[in-house]
Write a protein that binds this ligand. Structure first.
Ligand code: ZN
Length: 132
């Protein structure tokens, strides 16, 4: 895993916000049925309601499952771990994991900013990751 100081920190962006030092992903919630979506969207896929409410997800959740990426394009060091995190808002999000070993299924994780695996102008950037 690339160290945070090797990456450009983007700060608050369109897909997350930081509050009290914690990272909250931006999402949408349907005012009619309560379904939540990440990333944010314009229409509810359950009932077609539009517009949806902007919400911020909790700053953590639980591990649903994971995979270990052992092959990638040359600029990304492998292996790296990707996880599905179940948030209390009933949303499942695929995120990179900030750790070299896969986490236990069901583990509680927090969302943190860490470098890659994403490039912008040939530089690794910090994006939300899950971390125990
Ligand atoms: Zn709905």
């Amino acid at each position: 895993m690339v160290k945070l100081d090797e990456a450009e920190v983007l700060g608050n962006g369109v897909d997350f916000s930081t509050q009290d030092g914690k990272v909250h992903l931006s999402a949408s919630r349907c005012p009619a049925c309560g379904a939540a979506f990440y990333p944010p969207r314009n229409n509810c896929s359950a009932d077609g309601t539009s517009p949806l409410e902007d919400i911020l997800l909790s700053s953590g959740g639980t591990i649903y499952t994971f995979t270990v990426a052992r092959q990638s394009t040359p600029e990304f060091k492998t292996p790296y771990v990707l996880v599905y995190v179940d948030f209390p808002e009933n949303v499942r999000v695929l995120l990179p994991y900030d750790g070299s070993e896969p986490p236990p299924i069901g583990a509680n994780v927090e969302i943190v900013m860490a470098a890659g695996p994403r490039l912008e102008n040939d530089n690794l950037i910090s994006i939300p990751h899950a971390r125990i």
